[in-house]
Design a protein around this ligand. Sequence first.
Ligand code: NAD
Length: 732
Amino acid sequence: MTDFTYAVDADGVATITWDVPGKSMNVMSREGFALVSEMVDRALADPAVKGIVVTSGKKDFAGGMDLNVLASIRQAAGDDPAQALFDFTMSGHHILRKLERAGMDPKTLKGGKPVACAIPGTAAGIGTEIALACHRRFMADNPRAKIGLPEILVGLFPGGGGTTRYSRMVGAMAAAPVLLEGKMLEPKAAKAAGLVDEVVAAADLMKRAREWVLSATDAEIVKPWDQKGWKMPGGAPYHPAGFMTFVGANAMVLGKTQGVYPAAKALLSAVYEGALVPFDTALRIEARWFTSVLMDPSSSAMIRSLFLNKEALEKGANRPKVPDQTVRKLGVLGAGMMGAGIAHVAASAGIEVVLIDATQEAADRGKAHAAELLDKGMKRGKVTAEKKAEVLGRITATTDYGALAGSDLVVEAVFEDMKVKAGVTAKAEAVIPEGAIFATNTSTLPISDLAKASKRPDQFIGIHFFSPVDKMMLVEIIKGRETGAVAVAKALDFVRQIRKTPIVVNDARFFYANRCIIPYINEGLRMVAEGVEPALIENAAKLLGFPVGPLQLVDETSIDLGVKIARATKAAMGAAYPDGAVDAVLFAMADKGRLGRKANAGFYAYDDRGGRLGLWDGLADLWPVAEAQPDLTEVQQRLIMVQALEAVRALEEGVLEDIREGDVGAILGWGFAPWSGGPFSWLDIIGAGQAVAICGRLAAKGARFAAPKLLVEMAAKGQSFYGRFGAGAKAA
Ligand code: NAD
């Protein structure tokens, strides 16, 4: 059983087939690389072999590098992980370069053996990089297949030669969407972008690749950069057009990333520096930058959170060991913004849905919302007319609770009101089977209190979606005091079916995500009240890598929602309520009718069509800007620390049981600086000692900055979160 097999046919075509045993998708391992190398040697040395076809035994070509391999190389290398990672990267370059030169005479460029890549389905990462090293790429005309180099999305860049090859093939500017944005392209778009040469019917894929191999001439297999007088398309850095490209690209990347993503900068450097030197030197440069990115704590944190841990959670790392709970029929109560969104994602995943509202008109409106989303998908070519009809056919919009009969899961998304929710819980439970699970999508009401309306509190759970449901990938599952294992498994299986990422937390005010994000918004509002320049607050957040500043965020989520939450929290907390300064700002904005984006007026000014213009210039009249402004670092520390400390408290109090969920949930739920890997990874990067010192400096601002006991203890013992609570370990 090996990852690659080798066969030579009667015409002298050697086929190297990638087919990793026991996996649905090919991923590259160290051993896999060694095997490819051996097989290439064998084909080049065998006089009977005229050419090579590289292909896959699976429906897809490859998912990329097994990122665990990089982590294990780093760990195994002991004192000099950088050297080990560089050597590993260079060995990959040697193998692919050998394939690319294909035994040709280096001077005359003659006598090489043609190498084609036959790509039956999706190819990503190192899979695409192998394809790029081949002389010609054939991709099956499979509408579900995509090809690309998405490394940048997990904090890396294509380090298997993809950066150097692709930028030299199409020029730095044209390569940007694939390299810098990690765009995956469908076959036809991939051909237009130069990633593949021919798109052919799936049935003809191998035939076409073999024909080409047998007919290719010497000239056809020499890569442009190996020919005399080669010039970079679009211009190298010292060419006037190239100069414009690189200056523009640099500004664009820094504008988009605020300089906090090391991989984006390293990628640009590798392309720029590589463009000035011969190809083999450029590969060395790429390997050096790749190593530097691998050694950057931000990259390891991003890989850990956005790839390894996200996948572990999706695969059920914290799922109780109970039999499969796949949802077959879902009831959704309340066809408003959230209910309609939940019905849409569930029906799209093949689940039969009964969508109930108080009036038929409201229920129909909810279904119409699903239709609109499907229409949008059709416009973008993602949804076919048949698929739309199929999905809508699965949604029954009604006012009749009787239609819930046979539902194995019900999610309620009615008004945020204890009594209304209790009413629909009783009505649904009267109809659904004994074993069915009842879930609430509440954002603010305690699950354990809502469960009191249920006859079966062990079958009652929180499944908290984020808005907009079709776009937001996180689902927060909340266990009430009495929630049982089957309910947790049901919620997790449901989230798996709709292909989102779950975290499982315990019941406490605002659960996990909102608990951390509200202090972020509040810190911004507090600073406004203190006279901190609003632009400083917003820019400090963006420079930290937060996608939206706190003032923009409160505009998006709406100021009246903030007011509502503030009032309810104050009523619940009484004298202990700490946010009077925040409320003064919120209430003043609400009084002026500046309710945020939906009112076309908030902390920002908007044009008639809702386009954001800039910070509202009336803010200074309400909260005069103080003469002495804090420095940028202080503002940033307040904004990030206030969230990170809340995450630590959630862990300390047992709301979070697994730091992996804390990190993944923070990035997917509210965009917590993805470069950091999440709040726990960020605290590990700066170290518990430094975190406690920052808390000390901010202590005068209020009790919210008091270092939690756990953090102080970890600082004293020199511990890190991942060291102490590591993979899979439960919290304190
Ligand atoms: P919404 O007002 O858009 O929708 C609520 C729907 O419930 C309305 O269509 C209403 O007619 C219906 N409804 C009310 N009483 C009903 C009853 N007795 N029977 C049947 N239907 C009834 O509200 P929304 O924004 O969709 O929020 C719904 C729930 O989701 C709330 O609990 C809210 O806290 C939670 N939530 C909202 C968001 C968000 O961003 N809006 C995010 C996460 C969770």
